[in-house]
Design a protein around this ligand. Structure first.
Ligand SMILES: NC(=O)c1ccc[n+]([C@@H]2O[C@H](COP(=O)([O-])OP(=O)(O)OC[C@H]3O[C@@H](n4cnc5c(N)ncnc54)[C@H](OP(=O)(O)O)[C@@H]3O)[C@@H](O)[C@H]2O)c1
Length: 192
């Protein structure tokens, strides 16, 4: 592990492009693992954060490294980490107050990661956490859907829609969705 790493950060809201500069590698807390990031995905929240559209809700100090989702390999574990070890391939979404996955390494709590499924590439795995968690929470924690329920999932071809349709179908729900005609065939095959 190097003391310094490359990261993409913004110095002010509304900045057109993030800058890639050298910053200190993150420090580990006792419950944290240090992950060498192999892939990070761009979520709409990254663009809204960059443009300052969320600054009433999320109080960040600038400069700010963007990025919530990632997949990578654990290179170091904190003193109280019990669930993971060096070398584990993991993916996850960092907490809102610890964003910064557009970088070479991220320090993340062991509570916020899971083992990467072996049948997914790092790029595929990095695309899942935020849309997956949002969809899962909406369907199961909030709506508590069950087999036979009838759902309308709007914008089925989007990031949330594609995951939510598949989770709802897996749970045995009947799903209707909306989409533009160019994405209709894509959305239909998500039903399985
Ligand atoms: N992405 C996340 O992790 C996340 C987390 C929390 C909340 N959300 C919220 O969930 C919603 C969907 O987010 P997303 O990330 O899935 O968005 P997205 O990937 O950008 O997908 C949006 C989809 O909406 C459809 N669409 C675009 N304009 C439309 C319009 N005027 N009327 C009807 N449909 C339209 C498009 O599909 P067609 O071209 O096929 O119509 C597009 O695929 C947003 O409100 C977002 O704020 C997202």
């Amino acid at each position: 592990m190097k003391q310094q790493m490359k990261a993409a950060l913004i110095r002010k809201y509304g900045q057109d492009q993030p800058e890639i500069i050298t910053v200190p590698t993150p420090q580990l807390g006792d419950q944290d693992v240090l992950v060498k990031i192999h892939a990070a995905s761009i979520n709409p929240i990254d663009l809204k954060t960059k443009d300052g559209n969320l600054k009433m809700l999320l109080k960040y100090h600038l400069p700010l490294i963007l990025g919530s989702d990632f997949a990578g390999t654990i290179e170091q574990v904190g003193a109280k980490v019990t669930r993971f070890k060096v070398g584990d391939q993991v993916y996850g979404r960092v907490q809102k107050n610890r964003i910064g996955t557009f970088a070479e390494w991220i320090a993340v709590s062991q509570a916020d990661i899971a083992r990467k499924p072996a049948n997914l590439t790092f790029e595929q795995a990095a695309a899942i956490p935020l849309v997956g968690l949002t969809s899962y929470q909406a369907l199961f924690d909030v709506m508590k859907i069950k087999r036979g329920d009838k759902l309308l999932i709007q914008a089925g071809s989007g990031g949330i829609g594609t995951i939510a349709i598949q989770l709802a179908k897996l749970a045995g729900a009947y799903v209707a969705t909306t989409t533009s005609s160019q994405n209709a065939a894509f959305v239909e095959q998500l039903g399985g």
